[in-house]
Design a protein around this ligand. Sequence first.
Ligand code: ZN
Length: 88
Amino acid sequence: MQDGPGSRRQRKRVTAAGVRRLAGLAEWDPAATPRVSAGERAREVFQSERSGRAYEVAEKCAACAAARRATGDPTALCEAHLAEAMGL
Ligand SMILES: [Zn+2]
């Protein structure tokens, strides 16, 4: 737990960094993402709330937490949430 996980400002900053990171992902391949029925609903949510919503969900996701620890990147997401953050 670094820099106050409950801090709104910290979350906003991390989210902005995450959005920039997602936008810059070069090796993102939508075709490689399995199509799931939940994706349709997630798409609605994440497109309206933008990626900030994905990070809210990701805070409770064990896979995302593991991805952050593994990469040392506070904006890292698991594959599923990365896909959702991308609006897929
Ligand atoms: Zn996740």
